[in-house]
Design a protein around this ligand. Structure first.
Ligand SMILES: Cc1cc2nc3c(=O)[nH]c(=O)nc-3n(C[C@H](O)[C@H](O)[C@H](O)COP(=O)(O)O)c2cc1C
Length: 277
């Protein structure tokens, strides 16, 4: 049986009574029962600083990146601040965009915004640009833009039928997009030992595969159990005993999964294509 489809919601607003966060909550109520939904916390992320990154991703960053990696799609609710996205959201995306695993790579995404007269149109346009740089697959239509967002709510409850209809249309189209993506990009787990080679490999594979990288055997085993991959790619630098232990685990946990041994990153795509078709 395939994994249930999972969506991660991210609101660019940190305030408790945010309309954008409320739009996200409303969208959540429209999801079919078998779809899981979780929200990511971005208010506790430090400001992006390469010196901090060089010492290792802080725990809040790791939590965000893992939540993105585990999601099949990301639903962004983006307020408009000064004709753009909020600093908090840009900061979160900056952290998420860093290798070795760039969790925004090719992941399906959809956008909602509530704002003033334009309904956050400029913020959505900017977010599309930022996400395009990350190769995120943003749903083109339908768009959900809520002008004068405060008028769509009564005592904190979404009461605009028009907005409910727009959200319903977006959720339906988004789930179709995620289903297509899951069918078109098989999940693979890549076991390697070197962060920079892993980054290149994941970048290379992202267009055709939902690739998850593991630098340790334990991480590979966790990913195999959780992601049920179609294949496990084993890098050339992995010791024979590790390769055999992970392959044995995969054979028991996901019998249909292929194990693909590779020498260099250039051969991986060809080898995978030969095995998975
Ligand atoms: C710093 C700041 C800048 C803003 N700039 C814009 C803007 O450029 N365009 C707009 O439509 N609304 C703007 N607003 C209004 C917000 O869109 C509005 O407060 C919205 O409700 C914020 O989203 P939230 O309710 O999810 O927190 C701005 C608000 C703040 C605090």
């Amino acid at each position: 049986m395939s994994r249930p489809l999972s969506i991660l919601g991210i609101s660019g607003s940190l305030r408790r009574d945010s309309y954008n966060t409320a739009l996200l909550r409303a969208a959540r109520t429209l999801l079919p029962e078998q779809v899981t939904f979780s929200t990511a916390e971005i208010g506790d992320l430090p400001l992006y600083n390469r010196d901090v990154e060089a010492r290792g991703f802080p725990p809040a960053v790791l939590r965000l990146r893992r939540a993105m990696q585990e999601a099949d799609g990301i639903l962004f609710a983006t307020p408009e601040y000064n004709w753009s996205i909020t600093g908090a959201l840009k900061n979160a995306i900056d952290w998420a965009s860093r290798p070795p695993q760039a969790p925004l790579d090719y992941i399906p995404a959809a956008l909602i915004s509530g704002g003033g007269r334009s309904g956050g149109a400029r913020s959505q346009a900017h977010l599309r640009e930022v996400l395009a740089h990350n190769r995120t697959q943003v749903l083109e239509e339908p768009e959900v833009l809520v002008p004068r967002v405060w008028e769509a709510f009564t005592d904190g409850v979404l009461t605009s039928e028009q907005v409910w209809d727009d959200l319903r249309a977006l959720v339906g189209a988004f789930i179709d997009q995620i289903d297509r993506d899951r069918a078109q990009r098989p999940t693979v787990v890549v076991l390697g030992r070197h962060g920079d080679i892993m980054a290149r490999t994941l970048h290379l594979l992202a267009a055709d595969y939902r690739a998850h990288g593991a630098l340790t055997d334990a991480e590979a085993i966790r990913l195999i159990d959780e992601r049920q991959p179609a294949a496990i790619v084993v890098g050339g630098g992995v010791e024979r005993a590790s390769r055999d232990a992970v392959a044995a685990h995969a054979a028991a946990a996901v019998p249909a999964a292929a194990v693909v041994d590779v020498i260099g990153p250039d051969t991986i795509a060809a080898r995978l294509a030969a095995v998975l078709g």
